[in-house]
Structures are given as structure tokens and as C-alpha cells.
Design a protein around this ligand. Structure first.
Ligand code: LLP
Length: 386
């Protein structure tokens, strides 16, 4: 079922705002649970960077998922939402000391470590607290992904992870430290990936690395393959639930897990993108010699993806079903990149109409900024507006 908009409930809510359809969210989470429950060693940690709205987080926690954090702020937020600390994985190339301390104090599941200097600091801080921190190494698998360059992460030129040829050396060094316990490997090749071949390539790479480790008599418990599954931005209403079946089947078929190993996934976008929309009001319709502009009250401060990644969010008019006209949908910010879409057909649009920018549940509200001293958008769930 496509996202539903209770437009009559929107009156009186300050625009722009994010709207989350909890039915879609539940259906998405159920679809994931259906797949992973076929295995007893599959664990999904929701990548909270995609959306840290507390109401959304509570639904995800209730569905039993773990969580992937990349900052101390995210750890604080997910603890507030009720996630147990022992389901938190903590990644990031530049963890500050206070963030490492927080992770150790709270007893998180695992640090995904991206360099030797970071490992040394984790070991030192854990020692100062008389604790042992569980660590996995993020390995840069040098596997490409067919996605936007700004969201490709698994190539040698990217800043992320540890080079494959250094893998054994860093593991040995972790094994020689008293206050870290090395447990496994972590990978992440990029985001908005729709070609299963990219994940197959990652699975093959992990198999090779596991063979290498076995030959060196190194045994691991945790294989974390990261996230990256994409969503259908072109046809969100026709295809609201990502293809989790094929995604998990790739790992089932191609990844050779050893007995006792667990596999961990860090899905962000695929879990929350399609349940959310940015709701904005049309302020003015302005025409010049060549164009018609629908000027809305949301700008790239509310949804930066089109400006930053040339991303496309389908736009629908929630009030008008008059005959179509061609518009550029633009925001109020004083920059030419503040454009949501160009030359799109919308029903004839008027001042006061609500427009919804679809597939905005991931990397929408969370990436909002206060540029131009604009207010941050609020987020509401369908349950609240019933
Ligand atoms: N794990 C790691 C280590 C990551 O860096 C990311 C995303 C994820 C998991 C979750 O990836 P997902 O399943 O959501 O693809 N702001 C960009 C996306 C940036 C993704 C950063 N890392 C956008 O709006 O497209």
C-alpha cells in the first residue's frame, strides 16, 4: 500500500514538516523480519544516521532491531529511544575521546575501528576504566558501487576503513592489546545501491579475506556487511517496500559463513525512506517568459538531497487534481541550487496547496540545517495525527 496523507489533519500544522506513515514503516520492518527470521544468525542494526526522529526510532526498537551509530550524539539519542546498549555498533573514521568513553561506559556491542591510532586510543581509554572493549575492523574492500560518487565508500581512494593488505597486521596488534577484544570484520561499500551484483562482489571479497584469515589461523565471530540497499525514488507509491528478499538472498547464497559466525547488516535508507514525506505549502505561483515556478515554503535547509546529490524526490500535489501544467518547484532560499525539481508535471497548483516530496524518510529531517536562520522542520507520525 502506498503512503497515505490525511490532508484534512494537516491544517494548522506549521509547514514545512515531515510526515511519517507508520503503516508503511511497520510493513517495511515486517518485510525485513520475515527474511532475517529464516536464519538464526542474521542481525540488522538500523543505521540511525538516516533518521533519528524519536518517534520513528521507538517503532524500530519495538520491532526488535539493533542499531548502528556514528557519533556520541547518536548513541545518546538511541538510548533515549530505548535501544539496549548491547545492540549498538559504533562506526566512524574520527571518534572523539568522549564518544569512545561513552561507548565503553554504556557497554556497546562493538566498536567498528577504522585505524591503528583509533585502536590504541580505545585500548587506552578502556584500560583507564578497567574494561575490555569489543572491536571489529572496518576493512576497505576496494569494491565499487553503482551509485553517486558522494555516497561511494568502499574504494581505495575513499577515507574509510583499513587497507586489505594491512588486515592481518592490525588484527595481530589488537590481539596483543589487553583492553580490546578483536571479534570480526566490518564493511560498507556505499549507499542507494540497487544492483545486487555490487553486494555479490562484496560477498566474494569477504570470502577471500576469510580464507586469508583462516590460513593465518585467525578466527572471527562477526561479519558486518554494512548497509546500502537502495529504494525506488522514481515510483515510491508503486514500489514502497524495497526488495529485501533478493538483498538477503545474495548473502545467503554467496557469503560463506563459518560455523558460529553471525552476520550483521546496517540498513538505513531502505528501512525508513519510503514511510516519510516532506510536506510543504505553495506560497506563490510565478510565471516568466519561459517558466512557471511553484515557490514553496520548504528549502534545501529542510531537504538537502536534491541540491547536494542531484537527488530526485517525486512531488505530488495533495489538494489539486486539475489538469496538469509544467513547473519548477523551488524553495525560498537565496541560492540557485534551492530547487526541488525542474519541468515536472503537476496538477494546476495554487497558493496554499500542500505538496508532498516523497521518499524523504531517510536523510531528510536529520540533514536539515538552520541556514538563513530558518526553523528546523518538525516530524509527525500518522499515529499522532489520527
Ligand atoms: N553503515 C555505514 C558504515 C554507513 O556509512 C552508512 C551510510 C550506512 C551503514 C547506511 O547506509 P544506507 O543503508 O542508508 O545506504 N546522506 C546520503 C547518504 C549517506 C550514507 C552514509 N553512510 C544521502 O542522502 O543519500
Amino acid at each position: 500500500m502506498a503512503i497515505q496523507f490525511p490532508v484534512e489533519r494537516f491544517a494548522g500544522i506549521r509547514t514545512p514538516f515531515y510526515y511519517y506513515d507508520t503503516n508503511i514503516l511497520h510493513q517495511t520492518l515486517d518485510a525485513i523480519n520475515t527474511e532475517i527470521k529464516k536464519h538464526n544468525n542474521y542481525f540488522v542494526h538500523y543505521a540511525v544516521k538516516a533518521n533519528a526522529n524519536l518517534k520513528v526510532l521507538k517503532v524500530i526498537n519495538e520491532a526488535g532491531f539493533g542499531i548502528d551509530c556514528v557519533s556520541g550524539g547518536e548513541i545518546e539519542q538511541v538510548l533515549k529511544a530505548g535501544f539496549p546498549a548491547n545492540k549498538i555498533v559504533f562506526a566512524g573514521v574520527g571518534k572523539s575521546d568522549w564518544e569512545i568513553e561513552l561507548g565503553i561506559d554504556k557497554g556497546i556491542f562493538c566498536f567498528n575501528v577504522e585505524s591503528i591510532p583509533e585502536l590504541e586510543v580505545i585500548n587506552e581509554i578502556a584500560a583507564s576504566k578497567g574494561k575490555v572493549a569489543t572491536v571489529c575492523f572496518r576493512i576497505n574492500p576496494n569494491v565499487g558501487a553503482h551509485t553517486h560518487a558522494n555516497i561511494t565508500t568502499g574504494l581505495a581512494e575513499n577515507k574509510f576503513g583499513i587497507d586489505m593488505q594491512d588486515m592481518e597486521k592490525v588484527i595481530r596488534s589488537a590481539q596483543s592489546m589487553k583492553n580490546v577484544q578483536f571479534k570480526g570484520l566490518h564493511f560498507h561499500i556505499g549507499s542507494q545501491i540497487l544492483e545486487m551484483d555490487d553486494f555479490i562482489a562484496l560477498a566474494h571479497r569477504i570470502n577471500d579475506l576469510q580464507d586469508q584469515l583462516e590460513a593465518a589461523d585467525i578466527h572471527i565471530e562477526i561479519v558486518n556487511v554494512g548497509g546500502g540497499l537502495g529504494v525506488d525514488y522514481k515510483n515510491p507509491q508503486g514500489n514502497p517496500i524495497p526488495n529485501f528478499k533478493d538483498y538477503f538472498a545474495v548473502y545467503d547464497k554467496y557469503l560463506k559463513l563459518r560455523p558460529g559466525q553471525t552476520i550483521h547488516f546496517e540498513l538505513g535508507r531502505a528501512m525508513v525512506a519510503q514511510c516519510g514525506a516532506l510536506i510543504t505549502k505553495v506560497l506563490y505561483v510565478k510565471e516568466n517568459a519561459i517558466k512557471k515556478f511553484a515557490i514553496v515554503d520548504a528549502g534545501f535547509t529542510d531537504l538537502i538531497r536534491p541540491a547536494l546529490y542531484d537527488a530526485h524526490h517525486k512531488i505530488v500535489n495533495l489538494n489539486s487534481n486539475e489538469d496538469g501544467e509544467i513547473y519548477d518547484v523551488v524553495g525560498p532560499i537565496c541560492e540557485s541550487s534551492d530547487v526541488f525539481d525542474k519541468d515536472i508535471a503537476l496538477p494546476k497548483t495554487h497558493r496554499g496547496d500542500f505538496l508532498a516530496l516523497l521518499s524523504a524518510g531517510a536523510y531528510g529531517e536529520i540533514m536539515a540545517s538552520g541556514y538563513n536562520c530558518r526553523r528546523l522542520p518538525e516530524g509527525y507520525t500518522s499515529d499522532e495525527l489520527e
